[in-house]
Design a binder for this molecule. Structure first.
Ligand code: NAD
Length: 337
């Protein structure tokens, strides 16, 4: 069977990781990536052997810098079976008309509004809705992290109410423009933050309230969760449930900070020290007065990457069973310790 042809439109933090993850699968391949400027990311894309496409009016500037350009972004879209749009939030929507014109399937990321596609996606919670779909949005890093813990808890014990406070990273490590440098910023000041409503795009029946604060850190987000469950359970039950899930890592061994998780990722030899799994602090899991509490850290640059791979597999009808797709993606990427 020929491999599914995937194009990456927008080769930044998310796009370069999706490209590498697609390249590790045996049922899909990268036919090209787009860059708007011939910068260091274009250089690494060229070194990795990806075909580089550029906006038609920028092709000459790439050529002047010594790049071989495969064509315009429109040319790339024409070649693809499916495009993963990884342009910055709110930019992807402007590409929708092009994808529709060329009849190519498309995945957008969590920075786009939920209205961009009829399906918001999480591999465990609603894979089947994306089978054979033309347009899907893979929800944001925080929403992905929330779905991965809320879904199994709801399946096993029933979720009555979720309260979550999210301490967000101010910017990604390579981002030289974002802040804050020295402040905790209410994000937003008025509740709820967008994360709770975003979880409902995947699990509409979940009762959830979220608040978020932006902090001067670039490593990871931290979630403080308090969940009221319908059926009784204890902390050990929840630890076992989480440990059994394919994209949750129980963090122990003296780790009590996001910086140590990133160091752990480095020591494990993970590419770009990516931690694709939810990192649940094992010792924090506790049940008090019938309510569950725990902390989890979310590596914003990488947790949505395996979900993009599963979304491609569902949309291209390569696999109908979500757990089989998750297992295949995890194995190819080296997810799980
Ligand atoms: P980024 O800024 O790191 O990368 C975006 C890339 O797209 C850049 O290389 C930029 O030059 C390029 N680009 C800009 N306009 C373009 C256009 N018109 N055509 C083609 N390329 C264009 O952004 P990112 O962090 O990778 O975010 C991409 C999407 O993923 C956003 O929707 C974002 O909300 C979402 N997301 C980001 C994170 C994160 O933490 N970085 C996590 C989850 C989801």
């Amino acid at each position: 069977m020929s491999k599914v042809k995937v194009a990456i439109n927008g080769y930044g933090t998310i796009g370069k990781r999706v490209a590498d993850a697609v390249s590790l699968q045996d049922d899909m391949e990268i036919i090209g990536i787009s860059k708007t400027r011939p910068n260091f990311e274009a250089k690494t894309a060229a070194l990795k052997g990806y075909n580089i496409y550029a906006p038609a009016d920028k092709i000459d500037s790439f050529k002047n810098d010594g790049y071989t350009v495969a064509g315009s972004i429109e040319d790339m879209i024409k070649e693809a079976d499916i495009v993963v749009d990884c342009t910055p939030g709110k930019v992807g929507v402007s590409n929708k008309a092009l994808y529709e014109k060329e009849g190519v399937k498309a995945i957008w990321q969590g920075g786009e509004s939920k209205d961009i596609a009829p399906i918001s996606f999480n591999s465990e919670a609603n894979y089947s809705e994306a089978i054979d779909a033309d347009y899907v949005r893979v929800v944001s890093c925080n929403t992905t992290g929330l779905c991965r813990v809320i879904y199994p808890l709801d399946q096993k014990y029933g979720v009555e109410k979720v309260r979550v406070t999210i301490v967000r990273r101010g910017g990604d490590p390579g981002d030289i423009k974002s802040g804050p440098i020295d402040a905790l910023v209410l994000d937003p000041i008025k509740l709820p933050s967008h994360h709770g409503p975003d979880v409902k795009t995947i699990m509409p029946h979940i009762n959830i309230t979220s608040a978020a604060i932006k902090a001067p850190t670039s490593f990871m987000h931290l979630h403080v969760l308090n969940i009221k469950l319908k059926n009784e359970c204890n902390a050990e039950d929840v630890k076992s449930l989480f440990a059994s899930r394919p994209r949750i890592q129980m963090i122990a061994d003296g780790i009590s900070a996001t910086a140590q998780i990133i160091e752990f990722g480095r020591d494990l030899g993970r590419p770009r020290n990516d931690m694709w799994e939810n990192c649940v602090f094992k010792e924090s899991v506790s049940v008090d007065d019938g309510e569950l509490y725990f902390f989890q850290a979310i590596h914003q640059e990488s947790d949505v990457i395996p979900e993009n791979i599963d979304a491609i597999r569902a949309m291209m009808s390569l696999e109908k069973d979500n757990l089989k797709s998750i297992e295949k993606t995890n194995k190819a990427m080296g997810i799980g310790i």
